[in-house]
Design a protein. Structure first.
Length: 241
């Protein structure tokens, strides 16, 4: 089969390498100049909305689509669900399990980054929501430490220090970073996975609150898998059918 993997995550890269019997094309959004590349064929950049995605799927004779994008990439997921339904193409969404609080955690759930910006529980805040979300905090007077893979662009908070880094991160490293900057609260998204979970353990040990953004809902009726093994089984099941 010819399979499109909507990627950008570590699981998407692993999945691309687990299907040597099929022709796999991985699609990256292109928001990072130096992305970690998956094995096999890769395309970089947007499709131009649902219309562009539909035409690309037709032009490239795609048989199945696996959405293994970030859990907060709601726009491309909605487009892919709609277009694959129109074309009667096999479609599945890979979503790693979200994080769950443990004893000692002080988590404050919100529905959006904008709501998180309105409900900061302390003065010195560690932001790990991504550089594109910094605009939501531009008019907030708190002091912020933000971490991103590449330098952010305005609008940004006036009192901001940026750390350029890429996971995976360690608990020891997160503890050192938060202590160095006197962090009093953490703001993050419920991304799930182990690559960036160390900050949650560090926050627990430091007894600081975590404002955590809930995931956007998936489109109605889509099939989901929660592991690379499940995604591989789904693809092979479609191929056998």
């Amino acid at each position: 089969m010819k399979i499109l993997i909507l990627g950008g995550t570590g699981e998407a890269r692993r999945l691309a390498g687990e299907l040597p019997e099929h022709q796999v094309i991985s699609s990256l959004a292109g928001r990072v100049r130096t992305p970690r590349m998956p094995p096999g064929q890769v395309r970089v950049g947007g499709f131009g909305g649902p219309v562009g995605l539909r035409q690309w799927l037709l032009d490239n004779e795609i048989d199945a689509v696996v959405d293994a994008t970030h859990p907060f990439a709601a726009r491309i997921t909605a487009s892919a669900a709609m277009v694959t339904a129109e074309l009667d193409l096999a479609f599945v969404v890979f979503r790693r399990p979200g994080w769950t609080p443990e004893p000692g955690d002080d988590w404050r759930w919100v529905d959006s980054v904008a709501e998180a910006a309105r409900k900061l529980p302390a003065e010195r805040v560690f932001l790990t929501t991504g550089r594109e979300e910094l605009a939501e905090f531009a008019d907030v007077g708190n002091w912020f430490l933000a971490r991103s893979v590449e330098p952010p662009e305005p609008p940004m908070p006036q009192r901001l220090q940026v750390v350029l880094d890429r996971g995976p991160f360690t608990v020891e490293g997160e503890l050192a970073l938060m202590r160095e900057h006197g962090i009093q609260a953490l703001v993050t998204k419920d991304s799930g996975g182990e690559m960036t979970a160390a900050k949650l353990t560090a926050a627990r040990e430091l007894k600081i609150p975590v404002v955590i953004v809930r995931r956007p809902p998936l489109p109605d009726g889509v099939s989901t898998v929660s592991s690379v093994a499940e995604a591989v089984s789904w693809v092979r099941g479609i191929a056998e059918a």
